[in-house]
Write a protein that binds this ligand. Structure first.
Ligand SMILES: NC(=O)c1ccc[n+]([C@@H]2O[C@H](COP(=O)([O-])OP(=O)(O)OC[C@H]3O[C@@H](n4cnc5c(N)ncnc54)[C@H](OP(=O)(O)O)[C@@H]3O)[C@@H](O)[C@H]2O)c1
Length: 284
């Protein structure tokens, strides 16, 4: 629950956010808080029906009836669509002050069972789905000498775990891209945040469970599960503090250990996998 003090401050009054992946999960939860804190949002996803339902839910949280909630139905992995629809939106409404790039999917499987199409699909959605919007909005931010990109990574953006061979490189790629943007456009007053959520109870996570290798189900039992509203609150607070790295739940501890003692993290992940395989009676 967002603190009353923050709601009273209305830090996003008069501001616009465009949130790709904003019709469900962490994206929708972020849109809800942005509106509670006085802002206007445009949520982007493919399915118009889900977008409209989400928009009604977000609208119900407005603190002022002049606040706007817009929707754009767009496949973020398609640059032609993103350019056309985003430029149209900017012409009509203006340059969004905040660009939340949250589109992402995950269909884990054993590395040798994933097809080349699976790898490309993950990269198209998770990396290009964010890059397309960044490249479209960047020239406007450069001209304005102001802007903010909030890009979605994951714990898989710094730890490689079995089963996620298609997903993990996309999240490492988002970190690399974001770090370059931070350095290259700092002089243009363009800010960047990278978000690292742990497992969060969303549609996407339930989808993931359908193809998860069985070892992962055992390993995941150990890790906690966060709610999208909790993660969104941490994201919004991180953005208000202009943090480059926004961690939720266990992410910060793992990230620190991974940076300082990678071998220790490898020892943990290898041990977890060994135990899971033993439990399943898998002898390799
Ligand atoms: N949930 C977790 O445990 C977790 C953990 C770490 C990181 N993350 C990351 O956080 C982000 C959000 O995850 P989530 O679990 O909240 O997602 P989610 O509930 O599955 O929602 C995904 C959103 O993205 C949209 N989307 C998917 N593909 C799209 C495409 N090609 N073009 C446009 N929109 C598209 C979906 O709507 P349509 O299907 O209608 O397009 C939906 O709005 C992702 O980047 C994910 O990798 C999630």
């Amino acid at each position: 629950m967002v603190k009353k003090k923050l709601i009273l401050r209305q830090p996003f009054k008069g501001k616009w956010a465009i949130i790709s992946g904003g019709s469900k999960g962490i994206g929708k939860a972020t849109a809800k808080i942005f509106v509670q804190l006085g802002g206007n949002v445009c949520i982007v996803a493919r399915t118009l029906e889900t977008l409209n339902i989400a928009a009604e839910e977000i609208k119900s949280l407005r603190v002022d009836e002049n606040q706007l909630v817009e929707v754009i139905s767009c496949d973020m992995s398609n640059m032609e669509q993103v350019e056309r629809l985003f430029k149209g939106y900017i012409k009509e409404i203006g340059v969004p002050d905040y660009s939340f790039n949250f589109v992402g999917i995950s269909y884990p499987n054993y590395t040798d069972r994933l097809t080349i199409e699976d790898y490309k699909f993950h990269m198209d959605t998770n990396f290009f789905g964010q890059l397309n919007s960044i490249l479209t909005i960047l020239p406007y931010y450069m001209e304005r000498k102001e802007g903010y990109f909030i890009n979605m990574s994951s714990l898989a953006g710094y730890i490689g775990v079995m089963g996620y061979a298609a997903y993990t490189p996309t999240k490492f790629a988002i970190v690399g891209l974001s770090e370059v943007l931070r350095n290259e456009y700092k002089a243009y007053n363009i800010k960047v945040s990278i978000v690292y959520p742990p497992d969060t109870d969303t549609f996407g996570l339930h989808e993931e469970a359908k193809t998860r290798p069985e070892e992962l189900n055992i390993i995941a039992e150990k890790a906690g599960l966060m709610q999208p509203d909790e993660v969104a609150e941490i994201i919004i607070k991180g953005v208000l503090k202009e943090k480059l790295y926004i961690h939720a739940g266990s992410s910060k501890v793992y990230w620190r250990i991974m940076r300082l003692f990678p071998k220790l993290v490898h020892k943990f992940t290898d041990g977890d996998l060994k135990k899971a395989r033993k439990k399943l009676g898998k002898i390799i």
